[in-house]
Design a protein around this ligand. Structure first.
Ligand code: SF4
Ligand code: SF4
Length: 389
């Protein structure tokens, strides 16, 4: 099979029969589920980043998870669905996420919702960044992993799809620490690619039926794309997903890292695509463009370094509080790995000199008051409808 193969099919709605037919169709060019053997325990790594109703497009849709569960159970496998949201990795947080995200539907289809909240230490000697890491122990009990992600814009990484979804194998409370450890977006991206390489899910499926544009990955706007994507290579899937919403592969640090490491081609033209992908091209998807595509290289002398530093500081995206929307809840302050946010007069205030631009505050602000801000110069130098305000 061509290692760069990505499959894409229409999936117009979340009606159960539509979802089941679409999953069967999207997996067919990849050999379907013929690799599943009776008695296997299959882990589905969903995107359950926070407790949100399915129509908010934050999480992998429960009807798709239920449909995949049925197909796996028909082959005699058992199924466990898991993720670690950006919060405590315990029963009380996960039960709320499962309930609000509609996961009972997958449970009724025969899936077990993960309740193993152990944390383990991992070692990946071939890693570029994450040779040692902590992970959610439930994965150890699985014979195979399927990564079922959601297509969303993302404050720090521009794109949340297949590669980024594996960051959820890190326990939620440790995620800010990883942001602090890997402050450079390229190092952070390499760390995520390490996780992808370490876990090597058998399949990656992307819920792009109702995607999220704008202030993603938790407070953006649902956007109907009407597609389901699948691949064995997460980075190839992401190259197609990025292209569909108007991002260049170089805009996405995880794709850039994968290209650098020889894990995927640098353009959609080099993929082998089963399906009429152009039918799903979005012309007005509100994206958040990462600074990578704009960074100034400059010379390596003193002048070149000074120009580079000044220009890059000007082009970098920054978190910005929309004070009229801020309710002073303090969630951003509590999650900020650099401890650089305080609450003054019931509003969040960022001390910029310590900000590492990880956008955890933007990701977890419950009311969307924390935004990705781009300078007018950065906006001028890019095309497309930017999600930053
Ligand atoms: S999380 Fe959002 S609403 Fe809460 S204090 Fe921070 S910016 Fe304001
Ligand atoms: S202010 Fe926001 S972007 Fe800056 S370090 Fe804190 S959480 Fe990260």
């Amino acid at each position: 099979m061509n290692p760069n193969l990505v499959s894409i099919v229409p999936c117009e709605s979340y009606a159960p029969d539509v979802c089941e037919a679409a999953i069967t169709a999207v997996l067919a060019p990849l050999g379907g589920l013929d690799w599943v053997r009776p008695g296997m325990r299959i882990g589905i790594k969903a995107n359950l980043v926070s407790a949100a109703k399915p129509e908010k497009a934050v999480t992998t849709h429960p009807t798709l998870l239920a449909a995949l569960t049925r197909l796996l159970k028909e082959r005699g496998a058992s199924v466990v669905i898991g993720d670690s949201p950006g919060n405590l990795f315990n029963a009380s947080v996960l039960n709320r996420v499962y309930a609000l995200s509609g996961l009972e539907e997958a449970e009724r289809a025969g899936a077990e919702l993960n309740r193993d909240f152990s944390e383990k230490d991992g070692f990946f000697p071939d890693a570029v960044q994450a040779k040692r890491f902590t992970y959610t122990g439930w994965i150890d009990g699985c014979d195979a992993l399927i990564n079922f992600c959601k297509l969303k814009s993302h404050g720090m990484m521009s794109l949340s799809a297949a590669a980024k979804n594996l960051f959820g194998t890190i326990p939620g409370t440790m995620k800010p620490e990883y942001h602090y450890r890997f402050q450079n977006p390229n190092d952070f991206a390499d760390m995520i690619v390490d996780l992808d390489e370490h876990w090597k899910p058998v399949l990656h499926i992307c819920d792009a039926v109702l995607a999220m544009e704008g202030n993603g990955p938790t407070q953006g706007t649902p956007k109907h794309v009407g597609a389901l994507l699948a691949a064995q290579n997460p980075h190839c899937l992401d190259v197609l997903a990025a292209t569909l919403i108007g991002l260049e592969p170089k805009d996405v640090p995880t794709i850039e890292a994968a290209i650098r490491r020889g894990l995927c081609p640098d353009s959609v033209d080099a993929l082998s695509i089963a399906g009429d992908w152009r039918a799903f091209l979005q012309t007005d998807f509100e994206i958040i463009r990462n600074r990578n595509s704009l960074l100034f290289v400059g010379g390596d002398n003193l002048f070149g370094r000074a120009v580079r530093s000044a220009m890059n500081a000007c082009l970098e995206s920054k978190p910005k509080v929309k004070t009229s929307a801020c309710v002073g809840c303090g969630k951003c302050r509590d999650i900020c790995p650099a401890h650089t946010i305080s609450i003054k007069n019931k509003k969040a205030v960022i001390d910029r000199k310590n900000c590492i631009k990880c956008f955890c505050c933007q990701e977890f602000c419950p009311v969307g008051a924390m935004r990705v801000h781009r300078s007018p110069v950065a906006k001028l130098l890019t095309h497309g409808k930017e999600g930053s305000k």
